[in-house]
Unconditional design. Structure first.
Length: 329
């Protein structure tokens, strides 16, 4: 079942609640424990935990308010690091998750995992020491082929049904549960990017037209539209931070732009095209993690750039990462 209509989407969401108890029975069995930590040995786990290295081949990067997670879909191997202002800290952990997750998004300290082919989803959180905790029953059934946009400090994140043009606000609790959804909101089809920013704000962006729309999700999980903008076309990555920063990057020419999204939805640009550094071409993943940090990374080479966004200084570079090691600048 593909959620291409409001009725299908509503059914998918109701499934995700009603099947929680049923899926609890198989969470340790046929689906490989969903997100249960595995006991199998992963060859590079020791090196990654000791040295905080960045590998090639991560298929997903996701950030919480304190940690950065890299995940590899082919075998389920993952690595987590404390992440402060764009710099990986000592004390990383290695995890053995189930293989095949196609989308991982963070919201507050929690993570939401989704498998596009069959709609299976699961959730949990990273504690202060980087241990992944999957609470009992935190496995869900959604429709396949949905999109999820990263969340905010309040734990709110977005489901987007592109064909129907709907978004649905969702909630991840600090205890690691997906715990409810708000009413559908019609925002139109065609949005290519979406990101949570700060406590409860979001931005939607269309790379083909440059259109952008901001909004916030309130305590009742209701989408409240705010402002609309016309930005440059062609941004390949749009990333928010938990501190309210927003970064645009173009993979084809290395250009970036950045600023802040106010809680009321107003965009303030801090970057100046005349002085903003060019990040270089070819970075394949950009993710916000920690309170205000950003990692810019290449799946092919394992290289990366780290930094953070402030209202006073804009982009502040803090680290460079060569594939296989970490070198704070």
């Amino acid at each position: 079942m593909v959620a291409t209509s409001p009725d299908a989407l509503a059914h998918a969401l109701s499934q995700s609640r009603s099947r929680r108890d049923a899926l609890r029975l198989v969470a340790g069995g046929a689906i490989g424990g969903a997100l249960a930590l595995g006991s199998r040995t992963v060859p590079e786990a020791r090196a990654l935990t000791e040295f905080g290295s960045l590998l090639t081949g991560w298929t997903q990067l996701a950030g919480t308010t304190g940690w950065l997670l890299g995940y590899r879909a082919r075998d389920g191997f993952a690595n987590g690091w404390p992440f402060v202002d764009g710099a990986i800290q000592k004390g990383g952990n290695a995890y053995g998750f189930s293989a095949g997750w196609t989308r991982i998004v963070g919201a507050n300290r929690s993570l939401f995992f989704y498998r596009q082919g069959d709609g299976l989803a699961a959730s949990g959180y990273l504690d202060a020491d980087g241990r992944f905790v999957q609470p009992e029953g935190a496995v869900y059934a959604f429709s396949p082929n949905l999109r999820f946009f990263p969340g905010t400090h309040s734990g709110r994140f977005l489901l987007y049904a592109k064909t129907a043009g709907n978004i649905v606000p969702l909630l991840l609790t600090a205890a690691g549960y997906y715990d409810g959804f708000g009413p559908r909101a019609q925002v139109g089809s065609g949005w290519t990017h979406g990101a949570g920013v700060g406590s409860s704000s979001f931005i939607l962006y269309r790379a083909d037209t440059g259109e952008a729309a901001t909004g916030r999700v309130d305590a009742t999980l209701t989408w409240i539209p705010r402002a609309t903008y016309r930005f440059d076309t062609g941004w390949t990555h749009v990333v928010g931070t938990y501190g309210g920063g927003l970064l645009f990057y173009n993979q084809l020419n290395g250009v970036c732009a950045y600023g802040f999204l106010e809680p009321a939805g107003a965009w303030t640009q801090l970057s100046d095209p005349r002085t903003t550094p060019n990040f270089g071409t070819g970075w394949t993943r950009v993710v916000g993690a920690g309170s205000r940090g950003v990692l810019i990374w290449s799946k092919k080479t394992g290289r990366g750039l780290g930094g953070y966004l402030t209202g006073a200084d804009g982009w502040v570079a803090t680290a460079t990462y060569a594939g296989g090691d970490v070198r704070p600048t």
